[in-house]
Design a protein around this ligand. Structure first.
Ligand SMILES: Nc1ncnc2c1ncn2[C@@H]1O[C@H](COP(=O)(O)OP(=O)(O)OP(=O)(O)O)[C@@H](O)[C@H]1O
Ligand SMILES: [Mg+2]
Length: 367
């Protein structure tokens, strides 16, 4: 699969851009603050309907304008999809695929699969649990859109339950009302937990192989799901136990005004040679682990969707040593890759490959 072309109007610092991509390697060179990450953000939005930088769509509209537009032709095997996103300061965002407006504008999983990698992804190891949950949620949603649907429902119910806990603390039938929510939370929450666990187990197996290769057999990287809900073989037993525990915890929930138990508090643990990577890993180990995870995402998407994703690499080359750079470059032969860099020196390992080079300056692109 590949992005054939893109059209941007008033998207951040791009007033009017129309360009075609190479089916293989695309390199964008530009100084700081010229629009490199903005371009990747636009492509990412075509895949997911969201930005990786902000939840506030309005920020994306050029500061001096009221509307913005992204349009992209995507080639998926023999098929083609035309994805369009319209942003407006005063209206909700609108998304169209092949000129048909999506009913649920909240989330788009267009069929365009993306793996994005930037130095910022180190937060996957170093950041808090929320970072890792976001990672899991967006990756699983790409492979399985129904997961995203469930997640939105879960969050909605959780929000209502928390409101009830905070605002209606002294309502006489509070417990009964909470139990109605608990029933739904336990059901959807169980699905979410089991999906995450399954995803992590599959990812962990692939990660382990890739990371072994990257570290010449020295390091065994493993990922685990850590849930505050007990995971049981039998799904309905698990749901029941989950619901019982919500009930047992109710007094505490009422006291704190928030729901303590559930996948919204879960985490993913990473270990190298059985030691916690976040606490004991060196900076280089942590970086390599993130690279291994990103390359594993590629493999997992290939395995589950039957095609390679588009790989977006934002400024990652300057941080990798030669071996890791070469390892990464070897994976390019399978898929469309879109790379940004400030310095063309970073690209000397890519000599002889089929590629197009573009220069970005102040929201303008020249080949
Ligand atoms: N809504 C907006 N309207 C106009 N300009 C914007 C908007 N949002 C961001 N910008 C501008 O876009 C530029 C940053 O673009 P981007 O983040 O793509 O830079 P970059 O080329 O990736 O730089 P770096 O190498 O530092 O990462 C900045 O000049 C910023 O002011
Ligand atoms: Mg950038």
């Amino acid at each position: 699969m590949h992005v054939k072309n893109i059209r941007l109007i008033n998207f951040r610092n791009y007033y009017n851009l129309a360009m075609d991509f190479n089916k293989k390697i695309n390199i964008f060179i530009g100084k700081n603050a010229q629009g490199k990450t903005n371009l990747l953000e636009a492509i990412y939005m075509c895949a997911t309907g969201r930005s990786f930088r902000t939840n506030r769509d309005k920020e994306i509209i050029n500061l001096s304008k009221n509307q913005a537009y992204i349009g992209a032709d995507i080639g998926i095997g023999e098929n083609e999809k035309f994805i369009e996103i319209k942003l407006d300061r005063d209206k909700p965002k609108r998304i169209r695929i092949n000129k048909t407006e999506l009913k649920n504008q909240k989330d788009l999983y267009s069929g365009l699969n993306i793996v994005a990698f930037s130095p910022d992804d180190l937060k996957l190891v170093k950041g808090g649990p929320q970072e890792r949950r976001n990672f899991l949620d967006s990756e699983i949603s790409q492979i399985k859109p129904v997961y995203n649907f469930n997640l939105n429902r879960y969050n909605k119910i959780l929000f209502q339950r928390n409101n009830l806990l905070r605002l209606n603390k002294f309502q006489s039938n509070l417990e009964e009302l909470l139990e109605v929510f608990d029933l739904q939370l336990a059901k959807i929450g169980t699905d979410i937990i089991l999906e995450r666990k399954k995803y992590i187990e599959e990812l962990s197996n692939i990660v382990n192989v890739i990371h072994k290769n990257l570290t010449l057999g020295n390091e065994s990287l493993r990922l685990y799901y850590s849930s505050n809900i007990e995971i049981l073989e039998n799904k309905s037993d698990m749901e029941k136990k989950y619901k019982d525990n919500l009930k047992k915890n109710m007094a505490k929930d009422i006291e704190t005004g928030s729901t303590q138990l559930g996948p919204h508090r879960d985490d993913m643990l990473l270990s190298i040679n059985n030691k916690d990577l976040k606490t004991f890993g060196s900076q280089g180990q942590q970086r390599t682990a993130v690279l291994s995870i990103k390359l594993s995402e590629v493999e997992l998407i290939k395995k589950q969707r039957g095609h390679f994703p588009v790989l977006l690499l934002d400024d990652v080359f300057s941080e990798l040593d030669k071996e890791r750079k070469n390892y990464l470059i070897k994976s390019f032969k399978n898929m469309q890759t879109i790379i940004t860099t400030t310095d063309s020196v970073d690209l000397k390992e890519m000599e002889g490959l089929d590629k197009s080079i573009f220069y970005i300056e102040n929201g303008q692109i020249v080949k």
